[in-house]
Design a protein around this ligand. Structure first.
Ligand SMILES: [Zn+2]
Length: 281
């Protein structure tokens, strides 16, 4: 499965401070030509210079919808496995029927359709307008067609906020986490899935890692994502990583072994975190 990446067109870009700590000092992350730097203060890896948000969001057009439609079953299966790994069934049972589930970066709404079947009230946010429209028309799901930055809703509306492969695309991931904190009820859960720059594949492939692409503004490690969540008022309930070696890079037996080891020892290519909003001070 290929990661969607659109060749950037004529876009304005500018030098930016570290998206996590606002530090201005950085070094190149990899020696080879690529857009990623590492913050000298907090260690966050991010694109610098990076395209302005208004231009970035324009990358998600009808081509992205086509890509999603071709891959949605695979993505759904992976999301289901990730949710199982962090104990989603237990929290779903605890919340009970009628809980409110938000999926940010919901694409065509396949996960939301499944959550609705499980008894959740569902709502989506999707920057790709054709994908949001598709989900509304074909699945009758309420999907806000625009970037999460402009989505608004009553504070404390949701029991669960979920995002899979969304946070690494944002120019301001801290604002996103802060917004999810506001939109969640006290005791509500945030679930975030993103590529793991501390994983075996990132270390092995360096600048050619499959997630070191133009569309990713920030490349998180589990440690840095946990720290950021905690700084915004969440406690981390559970973390899990998975994916030892990429499909097609080795034989199936070796891949199965590497995948098992990655999950067990926490050096997988993708990290999923279950965090909880605690009571306001
Ligand atoms: Zn920093």
């Amino acid at each position: 499965m290929k990661t969607f990446s659109k060749k950037p067109g004529a876009e304005d870009s500018s030098l930016v401070p570290c998206p996590l700590c606002a530090g201005r000092d950085f070094e190149k992350q990899w020696k080879q030509p690529n857009p990623f730097v590492r913050c000298s203060d907090c260690g966050c890896v991010y694109q610098n210079p990076q395209p302005v948000r208004e231009h970035l969001v324009q990358r998600y057009d009808h081509e992205y919808l086509e890509y999603e439609l071709q891959n949605e079953k695979n993505f759904f299966r992976l999301m289901e496995l990730g949710l199982r790994d962090i104990g989603f069934d237990t929290i779903a049972k605890e919340i009970g029927t009628g809980g409110a589930f938000l999926d940010v970066g919901c694409a065509t709404g396949m996960l939301l359709e499944a959550m609705r079947l499980r008894g959740f009230k569902v709502q989506g946010v999707e920057v790709c307008e054709p994908a949001a429209r598709w989900g509304r028309e074909h699945r009758q799901i309420d999907i806000y067609p625009g970037p999460v930055e402009t989505f608004s809703c009553e504070p404390g509306s949701f029991d669960i906020a979920h995002s899979s492969h969304l946070i690494e695309h944002l120019t301001d991931p801290v604002a996103y986490i802060h917004k999810m904190h506001t939109l969640l009820k006290t005791g509500g859960y945030l679930i975030v899935t993103t590529p793991n720059i501390d994983g075996a594949q990132a270390r092995l492939f360096g600048y050619q890692w499959r997630s070191a692409i133009d569309d990713h503004m920030v490349l998180f490690s589990k440690r840095i994502l946990v720290k950021t969540l905690v700084s915004q008022g969440f406690s981390v309930v559970k973390t899990k990583t998975w994916g030892g070696l990429g499909a097609g890079t080795c034989n199936r037996v070796l891949k199965a072994l590497a995948d098992k080891a990655a999950k067990r020892f926490g050096f997988g290519d993708v990290v999923i975190i279950l965090a909880r909003k605690h009571a306001d001070e």
